[in-house]
Ligand binder design. Structure first.
Ligand code: PLP
Length: 379
């Protein structure tokens, strides 16, 4: 079975497993305890915090450890709901992950204004600058890269524009971190990340906040994380996350992702040659080097492709919520202007650092095989 669903989750790398085991076996104390076991765990925690702050370019106290990005993202929206009160407005991109999108709807309802995207899946900067000249929202939330399409958002520009108008800027960097350099993310007021997308374990992540300003806790009942997030920190998971991130940052610094981007591009070229009625989504925008979002040939439903590819030995995804078994069009593709009839044909192939050129070639063959089966079934 070849795995092409890294944007959903990635395998835990050796270095992360070793770091987890080391902390679990050797540093088993509670970092809040006063004894030596506690002190050792607290040192490991402080070390992880400094490493992440250094990579992001922020203050160590800006970091709050969380159970993952869903918690981190909810924390931001929850905080701003309290801070801005009953009349405050937030602007959220129309392509956010549901844990930002739904959270914004939950806390702000109609006061959560959607920032439109272009047909190529990038935030409409013209709309954004024109609107911002007129109104000042209490928060702007735009993800660094989209999980369905891989399209990279202009978060640096958005952050600079927001700061010009003294509007706080929040970016969900879950899909960006571990694939492209972290440098500069620390400039954003709020940044979320999750270990399991880059080779760390599931159930751990972080939120970067401006430490000089107060953040309303989501969880109460403990003084951990400076009173900002109650609950005993899972030092082993945090150390494993940082071990994975350090490996990824080194790979990125060596430019190892560039060749992987070329393999993806070659795959897309051959894919279009083999199945010419496929549409590649966001292909004209800067994208993560690992993601292919495709509208499969006309008339073929995405679930058929996913199920048949699974049988053929390839784990791929529909790229959108499919929890009810119904093929709902993705809100991301709808925001990009794709009609529901087209959007329901989307399939996502997301590779990882472990994916080889031979894996992409095998996927091409798998797609040709399934295409043959589907056409045989139709005739
Ligand atoms: N944000 C984005 C862009 C994601 O892709 C995901 C996971 O799919 C999340 C947030 C949620 O992360 P977690 O699984 O850590 O809660």
């Amino acid at each position: 079975m070849i795995y092409f669903d890294y944007n959903a989750t990635a395998p835990v790398m050796r270095e992360a497993r070793e770091a987890w085991l080391h902390v679990t076996e050797k540093l088993g104390g509670n970092p809040s305890s006063m004894h030596q076991f506690g002190a050792k765990a607290a040192i490991a925690l402080a070390d992880a915090r400094e490493k992440l702050a250094d990579l992001l370019g922020c203050h160590p106290l800006d970091i709050i450890w969380t159970s993952g990005a869903t918690e981190a993202n909810n924390m931001v929206l929850h905080h701003f709901a309290r801070k801005l009160g009953a009349t405050g407005e937030v602007w959220v991109s129309a392509i956010e992950h549901p844990c930002v999108f739904d959270s914004a709807q939950h806390y702000f309802g109609r006061r959560a204004k959607l920032i439109p995207v272009t047909r190529d899946g990038v935030i409409d900067l013209d709309w954004f600058t024109a609107e911002l000249a007129d109104t000042r929202p209490g928060l702007v939330a735009v993800m660094a890269a989209n999980n369905e399409t891989g399209v990279i958002q202009p978060w640096r520009e958005l952050c600079a524009i927001c700061h010009q108008y003294q509007v706080p800027f929040f970016t969900d960097a879950v899909q960006f971190i571990g694939k492209l350099p972290l440098k500069g993310l620390g400039e954003c007021d709020y940044v979320s990340g999750a270990a399991h997308k880059f080779g760390g374990p599931r159930g751990v992540g972080f939120l970067k906040v401006p430490h000089r300003s107060v953040i309303t806790p989501l969880l109460h009942g403990g003084k951990q994380e400076g009173g900002r997030r109650a609950g005993t920190e899972n030092v082993a998971l945090i150390a494993a996350m940082m071990a994975a991130l350090e490996v990824r940052e080194k790979q990125i610094a060596r430019g190892e992702h560039v060749l992987r981007g070329i393999w993806r591009d070659n795959f897309e070229r051959e894919f279009l040659r083999a199945l010419p009625s496929t549409t590649l989504v966001g292909a004209h925008s800067p994208r993560l080097w690992n993601t292919v979002s495709a509208l499969m040939p006309d008339g073929d439903r995405k679930l058929q492709w996913v199920v048949r590819l699974d049988k053929a030995g390839f784990a791929v995804s529909t790229g959108s919520a499919c929890t009810t078994g119904k093929e709902e069009p993705s809100h991301v593709l709808s925001a990009m202007g794709f009609k529901a009839a087209h959007a329901v044909r989307s399939v996502r192939f997301s590779a990882g650092w472990e994916t080889t050129e031979a894996d992409w070639d095998a996927l091409l063959k798998g797609l040709a095989k399934v295409n043959g089966e589907l056409h045989h079934a139709k005739s």
